[in-house]
Ligand binder design. Sequence first.
Ligand SMILES: *Cc1c(COP(=O)(O)O)cnc(C)c1O
Length: 462
Amino acid sequence: MKYISTRGSAPALTFEEAMLSGLARDGGLYVPESIPQMSAADIRALNGLPYEEIAFRVMRPFVGDTFSDETFADLIAKTYAGFGHNARAPLVQLAPNHFLLELFHGPTLAFKDFAMQLIGQLFEEALTRRGERVTIVGATSGDTGSAAIEAFRGLDAVDVFILFPHGRVSEVQRRQMTTPSEANVHALAMDGHFDDCQARLKDMFNDFDFRDEVRLAGVNSINWARVLAQVVYYFSSAVSLGAPDRKISFTVPTGNFGDIFAGYIAKRMGLPIDRLVVATNQNDILHRCLTSGDYHTSEVHPSISPSMDIQVSSNFERALFDAYGRDGKAVAQLMDELKSGGFKVSQGALQALAENFDSGRVSEEETLATIKSAHASMGELLCPHSAVGVKVAEAQRDPATPMITLATAHPAKFPDAVEKASGIRPGLPERMADLYDRPERVTRIENDLGALETLIRERLAN
Ligand SMILES: *Cc1c(COP(=O)(O)O)cnc(C)c1O
């Protein structure tokens, strides 16, 4: 299995190489050269298996020679052992034919643990074998950073630096990043928005001297291994509702297009998914683009679902690559136009996108109202991101097709918004109840590439 860049001019890599490098050298994202297929019989055979076994069968063909069967199974077992629920990704019913996939039982209470815990295991195994060390730098709107720190803290082969927008993450998110005391963890509070953090991260990757000097590695949602880990729960949930003998739809609260793109991969592998619905908050560039073809960035408006406060949706490039018939040159040109504000998707590509994706947008008031009504009528306390999903799913679902909405975070990660909407302040699960008492450790830094690179060099020298 080889991986190719969405911009068409970087060398093809193995799974291991694509995982360790993150972004391709031509600025593109890695995608598999071809998509492994699962037959209806293969999919039917997943029914009733433990999550770890489903994960092995779904991901195995993508990994190639990087890990042996035995090692890979072992790493998957370690990945999910720390989750607070035996089903790992339990499904609960909200209404007739509407289900919620709870993806928040991992160590940092957001779905990003599914991928990040796996990446931690895969990196440590691959790097130890190679006798190498890397510097992981990530940008976060809150949940990626805490999940990465939790996955890499204390590992020998890795230093982890996380850039988050100062003052723009929730207190629980911040504390999850600033309270780990291991020397290989560095939490950096940067001036600006998440998009600024993401832009500086991209700058670092494009500074090849720096990139090689510190052995930069990326674990943002652009990393293919993360997308892959997220493909698994589309299979596990769909199968438990009757796939492959019945079509299932999904609604996914989306910012960076990572989670929903994993659903698209599941569909391309053969899972009979009817609709994949993108749910955005007021930062609705994806909804605008999917409905009009117009992808122009505007200002970020901070919302109560901050993990989706995004204007530049990195993984959307992967969807564009397929929509443009895998023409890397065309994608490279769009991304060039994006540097000066945006681009217009061609008619043909827009049609290809519409064949796979629907979309909806939810206002702040609607998000709060959905948290309130879901609690009143379904007894379910939703985090604001999950509420965005539920609202869009209710508006768009076909009653005859089971709809699964992804619940991306635990309500206790966003207690202020949940309390404002429902009157109930959700408590942290017992295993992290002392989070508010632990001392914090954080470095404030300006939005400046030179300052960041200097700081990282200094920390690595110590
Ligand atoms: C990251 C995140 C999202 C958005 O996921 P993408 O893969 O970036 O689309 C939604 N909800 C929560 C809680 C998140 O942490």
